[in-house]
Design a binder for this molecule. Structure first.
Ligand SMILES: Nc1nc2c(ncn2[C@@H]2O[C@H](COP(=O)(O)OP(=O)(O)OP(=O)(O)O)[C@@H](O)[C@H]2O)c(=O)[nH]1
Ligand SMILES: [Mg+2]
Length: 190
């Protein structure tokens, strides 16, 4: 969606969702990005939390509002997830570098996302990269999986902030380019 307002910058609004198993660090990543804080205790997400942030895109000549939806990755909440996917243009697919089973579940998440979204822009994130000694998934496996699903790969830490800003910036640029491409082809918003 885009419109011109008072200034001459184009305005865009994109819905972004984070998906991945419970406790991989979705809420932590969002809170680090939005509020610059990190909490060590685990409070499983219940219901949905929506955050927004404005970023500049296209070398600063576009205003992009990211509307980021945070929901639980726990199995118990899977029945509400279809609503959550609706209209999502960007997806952060996340696994925990210190728990290999969260990596093994990526196929399930991607298949679910494909069912409920139309050609979203996806970034794969391997979380908790500050816990190097507990790492179970080597960087090259993350990279291989990312190239299989044709997505960029970043290793992130909500604790020390590594690649947090970069991830959302990158996604915003991908969404902007995708939207400009779609407009040029005369496609309408879903
Ligand atoms: N060391 C470290 N711990 C992290 C990091 N990110 C998250 N954690 C911890 O991992 C636990 C789970 O984080 P959450 O952000 O709540 O996980 P979630 O994916 O939102 O979980 P659900 O809401 O249940 O789906 C918490 O104890 C966090 O403190 C990180 O980058 N580094
Ligand atoms: Mg959460």
């Amino acid at each position: 969606m885009n419109e011109k307002k008072g200034d001459d910058k184009e305005r865009y609004i994109f819905k972004v969702i984070l998906i991945g198993d419970g406790a991989v660090g979705k809420t932590s990543l969002i809170q680090k990005y939005m509020e610059g804080r990190f909490k060590t205790d685990y409070l499983p997400t219940i219901g949905t939390q929506i955050y927004t942030k404005d970023v500049l895109g296209g070398e600063g000549d576009a205003n992009i509002k990211l509307v980021v939806w945070d929901i639980s990755g726990q199995q118990a909440f899977s029945s509400v997830r279809p609503d959550y996917y609706k209209g999502a243009k960007g997806i952060v697919l996340m696994f925990d570098l210190t728990r290999s089973q969260t990596f093994e579940h990526l196929d399930n998440w991607i298949n679910e996302a494909k069912k409920y979204t139309r050609s979203p822009q996806v970034i794969l994130a391997g979380s908790k990269c500050d816990l190097e000694r507990e790492r179970e998934i080597a960087q090259k496996y993350g990279e291989e999986y990312a190239s299989k699903i044709k997505a960029p790969y970043l290793e992130t830490s909500a604790k020390d902030g590594k690649n947090v800003e970069k991830l959302f910036d990158m996604l915003a640029q991908m969404l902007l380019e995708d939207s400009v491409r779609a407009q040029a082809k005369g496609e309408t918003d879903a």
